[in-house]
Design a protein around this ligand. Structure first.
Ligand code: HSE
Length: 435
């Protein structure tokens, strides 16, 4: 090993960790050519050292204790790929405490404990990089942090959860219910055995919290992000969306206008032929709009061992270069030394177009009672669609609205759901036409 080589310690030999080992094995020489020195993976810690990962591990010291990595004076850069907010927090703070530059893909940790982690790194004078935490392989954080840093960002939105996009695409293409498509996502390895954080929008909210910090320079915790998942989307909604020319996507949306910030995650109907509308399967895509730059689009694999490993090792290369050149802290991790506090706009105050699906008995006057509840709150209807007729059974009555206030719409839905003709909870999905 040459003296200039940078020695790496990895904590977490799961899917992405194994991808990192494989990538370093296969691309070690070309990476060394680019850097002018080599990256050497010298230590790995994982609680399970028995399972066969099908990657060669010879020459690497293995242990089950993460402290063996963070405490090893022979490790120059630590990679944390454990995930979650439990032991990962100790590993990250432990590496920083030891003065080691750190690479992580941990969006939950950064979204919830970012302030603590970034402050600790700043005080210790060490660096932290986390490109793989949002959008897997897509260099969207780097774009915000460096490529677009001269601009004022007005909006960031996108599809940042591949599991949800896979499920919604399957529902659209096969007309199958949510549960069957979730099962397929699990069988094909997209969704975790416990898919809760993916499908309920939590994972997207964590990623949006990170994007908002980099885009607008403000601190927004995931608890301030209104979050809805895809569990309540039905094939009926997807079919009506198609008839209106839309597709349903789980979108993470953030906008900044005159100092007011909005940030929300929810199923959204967007034009089917828009760029984001055509992002299918497990792919991710993020669109950023800057005051000067206009729209720029970032598309690619949001998950998977090797795509994510590519982002992780790119971060390692950046930190290794800083170490070797002594240029630590050239760009702060969030693009600014300090995030400003901000209060996020209440989702109830937001305005937009909506899709409303009421399940009602097809009796004379039912439509006027539904539209009456909307009209009484100043909500104007754009279109109404009722397909089929059944005197004895409930049928979907679908409306789209002109621009309406969220709060007024929810009040109208409470009244609609209490009508005797209405047999089930009304479905509400936001429409974004400008995407
Ligand atoms: N579980 C995430 C997804 C990938 O399905 O997109 C990791 O962030």
């Amino acid at each position: 090993m040459a003296e200039s080589d940078v020695r790496l310690g990895l904590v977490g030999l799961g899917t992405i960790g194994t991808g990192v080992v494989q990538l370093l094995r296969e691309h070690g020489e070309s990476i060394a050519e680019r850097l002018g020195f080599a990256l050497r993976l010298v230590r790995i810690a994982d609680i399970d050292l028995v399972r066969d990962r099908s990657v060669p591990l010879e020459g690497i010291e293995l242990s089950t204790a993460w402290q063996d990595v963070t405490g090893d004076t022979g490790v120059d850069v630590v990679i944390e790929l454990v995930g979650g907010r439990g032991v990962a927090r100790s590993i990250v703070l432990g590496a920083i405490e030891a003065g080691k530059p750190l690479v992580t893909a941990n969006k939950a940790l950064l979204a919830h404990h970012g302030r603590e982690v970034f402050r600790a790194a700043e005080e210790r004078g060490t660096e932290i990089a986390f490109e793989a935490s949002v959008g897997g392989t897509i260099p969207v954080l780097r774009a915000l942090r460096e490529g677009l840093c001269a601009d004022r960002i007005e909006s960031v939105w996108g599809i940042v959860n591949g599991t949800c996009n896979f499920i919604l695409t399957e529902m659209e293409e096969g007309g199958e219910p949510y549960e069957a498509c979730l099962k397929r996502a699990q069988d094909q390895g997209y969704a975790e055995p416990d898919p809760t954080f993916d499908v309920d929008g939590t994972d997207s909210a964590h990623k949006l919290a990170i994007l908002v910090g980099l885009a607008f320079g403000v601190e927004v915790g995931p608890e301030a992000i209104h979050t809805e998942g895809i569990e309540r989307i039905t094939p009926v909604d997807i079919e009506y969306a198609r008839r209106f020319g839309f597709r349903v996507k789980l979108l993470a949306i953030a906008k900044s206008q005159d100092g007011a910030v909005e940030a929300h995650v929810h199923p959204t109907m967007i034009p089917g032929e828009s760029v984001l509308g055509r992002v299918t399967g497990s792919m991710n895509a993020v669109e950023i709009r800057g005051r000067m730059s206009g729209p720029t689009l970032y598309y690619g694999a949001g998950a998977g061992a090797l795509p994510t490993a590519s982002a992780v090792v790119a971060d390692v290369m950046e930190l290794a270069r800083s170490l070797r050149t002594g240029a630590t802290g050239r760009v702060p991790p969030l693009g600014t030394p300090r995030l400003r506090p901000v209060s996020v706009r209440r989702v109830e105050d937001l305005e937009g177009h909506y899709y409303v699906r009421v399940t009602a008995l097809d009796r004379p006057g039912v439509l006027s009672r539904i539209t009456g509840a909307l009209g009484a709150r100043g909500i104007s209807i754009e279109s109404v669609l009722q397909l089929g007729r059944s005197v004895s059974q409930a049928v979907p009555v679908v409306l789209t609205t002109h621009v309406a206030k969220d709060e007024a719409l929810r009040a109208a839905l409470r009244e609609i759901d209490s009508l005797g003709d209405v047999t089930g909870p009304t479905q509400l999905i936001r429409i974004e036409r400008e995407i």
